[in-house]
Design a binder for this molecule. Structure first.
Ligand code: DAH
Length: 431
């Protein structure tokens, strides 16, 4: 798990993305973590690689060919497993008939209608970025937990799989873009459940203003940008969700000040839609834009698509099962997904004494490395510390295929491998 920035109360909230339940996820730069702050080398060394063969060993990203060996390396500063390499280049957001592509296009439509020919659109930028672009350029503090090996996939000490589309802000600003949308796959080590997957998709939006924009308004530059931002995003939310009730929540991000979250009242609940704010002056200054102000926003496409299309499990976005894919077509936002019969889950519990280096993200990566998308959830169901100070965790693993019934033998085999690797790789003692 990960993060927080929120000013004074750093690390005080017990969850990764504001609320850990439901769909209020993924805005990790505004939220909090239970994991102790910096994991850095210790935890990383406890987490060696677990691999299984993958089909493609050469992929093309934004016109550049990249081999598996460049991304999955036997090197202590690399923590990218094959299961993640196999997702690079899938680009679900570029498929017009896929819910994520349909949603991206619906957002494009909103910007094209309201700001004709204004916003430059990028959806094919390489997800392998420098640590500088991912963190430093957007002012993520040097000791921030999101930089840890427990939370982020490192290709080497200076290169990561982007953990947010904000990683492209500074570069695009420096290149002279003043209105842009960046959509892409983003990568985060995380726990496993129906709303968390280590790869998901975000869209970033940025708009820059010059003094001529705000000078006649009677407002100061920041208020002007904040007001324009709110109007733009309220319009976007109405475009996607219809006439819903909305509210703005003040929050904290390292890259914006002031910072906000937009929530909408949808299906009887307040749903966090996006994070945004007025861009920190320092980001603009470093990009050579001294006397400008800008707004920025970031939204998670899966989260919105799950509620707009009634998709109950984040793994479904990745399935090739025709019973899923055939239900969506280009331009059809919000068609309700009709669940096909679910195959039964199979639960396996495992208990172990943890060591100091243990983290739930590492456990989840072991399980996912072995069982792939057959693992539906990894849940802590018991946790105690004995008189000697030893702490025991019991996890319940739910295995379920979206596509077929799993045999007992298959599950037992998987569970056996999980037990073996949990013990050898995470340095815990099975009970
Ligand atoms: N990068 C943030 C995240 O992944 C989302 C975000 C928040 C992007 C506010 C922004 C912003 O551009 O202004 O959690």
């Amino acid at each position: 798990m990960a993060i927080s920035f929120a000013s004074a109360t750093i690390f005080s909230k017990p969850s990764l993305f504001l609320q850990r339940s439901g769909l209020s996820l993924r805005l990790r730069f505004s939220s909090f973590s239970t994991s102790s702050a910096a994991l850095h080398s210790d935890k990383f060394h406890a987490h060696k690689k677990w691999r299984h063969p993958v089909a493609a060993s050469l992929i093309e990203l934004g016109g550049v060919k990249i081999s598996r060996e460049e991304i999955v390396k036997d090197d202590p500063t690399n923590n990218v497993p094959d299961s993640i390499f196999s997702k690079l280049g899938m680009q679900l957001h570029r498929r017009d008939q896929h819910p994520l592509g349909i949603l991206k296009n619906a957002i494009y439509d909103y910007f094209d209608t309201n700001y004709p020919s204004k916003f430059d659109k990028f959806d094919n930028l390489c997800p392998i970025v420098s640590v500088k672009a991912n963190f430093d350029d957007v002012l993520v503090p040097a000791d921030h937990v999101s930089r840890s090996y427990n939370d982020t996939y490192y290709v080497d000490s200076q290169t990561v799989l982007r953990c947010h589309t904000s990683a492209h802000q500074a570069e695009l600003l420096s290149k002279g873009h003043t209105h842009f949308l960046v959509t892409g796959d983003v990568y985060r080590r995380d726990s496993i459940d129906s709303t968390h997957y280590p790869v998901f998709h975000q869209m970033e939006g940025v708009r820059v203003f010059t003094p001529a924009d705000w000078e006649g308004s009677g407002m100061d530059a920041t208020s002007y940008a904040a007001e324009d931002l709110k109007k733009c995003l309220e319009g976007l939310a109405r475009h996607l969700f219809g006439g819903v009730e909305m509210r703005w929540i003040d929050t904290y991000f390292p890259f914006t000040s002031p910072s906000f979250e937009l929530e909408i009242f949808f299906q009887e609940k307040w749903l966090e839609v996006l994070g945004c704010g007025v861009m920190e002056q320092e980001i603009l200054r470093r990009s050579g834009r001294m006397d400008n102000v800008a707004w920025a926003f970031g939204l998670g496409l899966e989260r919105l698509a799950m509620v707009l299309f009634d998709i109950p499990d984040i793994r479904l976005f990745w399935t090739m099962d025709e019973r899923f894919t055939s239900q969506f077509s280009r331009g059809q936002l919000g068609v309700k997904f009709k669940p096909f019969s679910k195959y039964p889950p199979c639960y396996k519990d495992m208990s172990f004494w943890i060591s100091d280096a243990f983290t739930e993200n590492n456990l989840c990566e072991v399980v996912r490395g072995i069982a792939g998308d057959l693992v539906e959830e990894v849940k802590l169901i018991d946790n105690f510390t004995n008189k000697k100070g030893m702490t025991s965790h019991c996890y319940r693993i739910a295995y379920r295929s979206m596509e077929r019934s799993l045999t007992d033998e298959e599950i037992n085999d998987l569970q056996w491998k999980v037990r073996e690797q949990v013990e050898s790789k995470l340095k815990v003692v099975l009970r």
